[in-house]
Design a protein around this ligand. Structure first.
Ligand code: ZN
Length: 185
């Protein structure tokens, strides 16, 4: 099984806005995604709403998480641990493990509105804002530069269907250093 951060990031990236792909939208693709990670592919719809809710929350939107029971096993000689039965419980257990280690804040979504790819910020001060600096980082910086030259206070990102994210993108565009901080929870 992949490590906690990899599993959570891969799970969040089962939807690709740019390519218009959603691996949780049908059973065959869900099954092959789950099998590749050694997990039973049950409860696809719960998995999908869990993913969508987690993605929404990562950009500061309110979203109701599906209510999923998570059982804890307490075995002799082991620390208590969540029982992993399928994709849904594996992702929740991995998320809890990240929270416990203080690493949940490292899970981020790229603020480029046409990207929104999830990534794990391994930087020392958790300051990474983009999925990759060469691609989205420079695209968004160029966009911010053009917006500044136009003297516009609102950029093209206001047309996105995601107002919370648009706000972060705009604040990043106007003041890159403080904007980055705002992306952190
Ligand atoms: Zn990106």
């Amino acid at each position: 099984m992949p490590d906690d951060a990899t599993l959570v990031v891969d799970f969040l990236n089962t939807v690709d806005i740019d390519e218009d792909v959603d691996l949780l939208s049908n059973d065959p693709e869900y099954r092959s995604w789950a099998l590749a990670r050694g997990l039973p592919a049950t409860r696809r719809k719960v998995a999908r709403s869990l993913r969508d809710a987690l993605r929404a929350r990562l950009v500061g939107e309110a979203a109701e998480l599906p209510r999923v029971p998570l059982f804890v096993a307490v075995d002799a000689g082991r620390t208590p641990h969540a029982v992993v039965e399928d994709v849904v419980t594996a992702v929740l257990a991995a998320a809890l493990a990240l929270v416990e280690r203080g690493e949940w804040a490292r899970i981020k979504l790229c603020p480029n509105p046409v990207c929104l790819e999830a990534f794990y910020d391994r930087s020392k001060n958790r300051s990474r804002a983009w999925c990759d600096m060469a691609g989205c980082g420079s695209t968004m910086k160029a966009r911010a530069y053009r917006a500044r030259r136009r003297g516009a206070t609102s950029s093209a990102t206001t047309t996105t269907a995601n107002p919370g994210l648009a706000a972060s993108v705009r604040s990043t565009a106007i003041t890159p250093s403080s904007g980055r901080d705002r992306l952190l929870p």
